[in-house]
Write a protein that binds this ligand. Structure first.
Ligand SMILES: [Fe+2]
Length: 295
């Protein structure tokens, strides 16, 4: 065996021991695929990949996708590698990066199959902050009381970028709102997603702005309660980065956020594996209007 996986917590997390020379082996790829379903997030401590090796690893796992191509400031030197940084020389508009301080699922406001997995490698760390937290949304569903499962099972949620960046700006200008609109779609997603393999997970995050058919405050209160439930310590793994670490997570069943940092030196390189399943669709305007009514 050239690969071993050490569990972190019963509900989430695995530490992968494999040398970079074996990262692209079929055995590694198969193990990563199955462990991602079970453990949600996998850490490759200080494996120190180049962009080329990270992309090759991404490509072995599926089709690569660059869903942030339309985000301002995201130009990268290597095609399909997105640099997550507050450094204005590398990323001219860090709004989107500041939005990562809050729980989210990557690419959930884009009208396309939900990205399957995200690969992130640490190139330069911040002096303080910057740990990434991951919460297992399969576990969050499975452990809900049966009565609550029945109450929420068929609900639909409106997700939008405007909600995702609301904690960044509070009151964005009209111009900014128009740009957010152009960046992504307003989507309706099931609150409880039944995947093709029959497993179920919650779809939650700061981009969730209301529940279809409910007045705004009622929907947001339920979403806030569920988000708090899903972020309980048993379901969460916090990764304190070391330079050279690579982390991959199952973006279809995990939400994540970063502990705030101000250091412009922090640089992470992200690649993304496309999903095949599309749980939601573009939102119906009348449904969206309803979530902005208060009664
Ligand atoms: Fe993210």
């Amino acid at each position: 065996m050239s690969i071993t996986v050490e569990p972190v917590k019963p509900q989430i997390g695995g530490i992968v021991h494999v040398s970079p020379d074996h990262l692209l082996d079929e055995e590694t790829i198969e193990t990563v695929r199955s462990e991602l379903e079970k453990r949600g997030v996998l850490v490759f401590p200080q494996i120190n990949v180049s962009d080329e090796l990270q992309l090759a690893f991404t490509d072995k796992l599926g089709d690569r996708v660059n869903f942030t191509r339309q985000v301002p400031g995201s130009d990268a030197e290597t095609a399909d590698v997105y640099k997550i940084t507050l450094d204005r020389k590398l990323n001219s508009e860090p709004d989107y990066v500041l939005g990562t301080f809050f729980w989210h699922i990557d690419g959930i406001t884009i009208d396309q199959p939900l990205p399957k997995a995200t690969v992130l490698s640490a190139r330069k760390l911040s002096a303080s902050g910057g740990a990434t937290e991951f919460a297992n949304l399969y576990a969050a569903w499975e452990k809900l009381p049966e009565e609550e499962k029945r109450e929420i099972e068929d609900l639909t949620v409106v997700h939008c970028v405007e909600a995702a960046v609301r904690p960044v700006h509070g009151h964005p200008s009209e111009e900014r709102r128009a740009r957010y609109k152009a960046m992504a779609a307003v989507m309706e997603q099931p609150l409880v997603w039944t995947h093709e393999d029959g497993r179920k997970s919650l779809l939650l995050g700061t981009h969730a702005d209301g529940i279809v058919g409910m007045p705004g405050p009622h929907g947001r209160a339920l979403l806030a309660r569920l988000q708090q439930w899903a972020a309980q310590p048993d379901f969460v793994y916090t990764h304190k980065w070391k330079e050279g670490d690579l982390v991959i997570w199952n973006n279809q069943g995990v939400m994540h956020r970063v502990v705030p940092y101000t250091d412009e030196g922090r640089v992470m390189h992200r690649t993304t594996i496309a999903g095949k399943e599309k749980p939601g669709h573009k939102a119906d305007e009348a449904n969206v209007e309803r979530i902005y009514q208060i009664a």
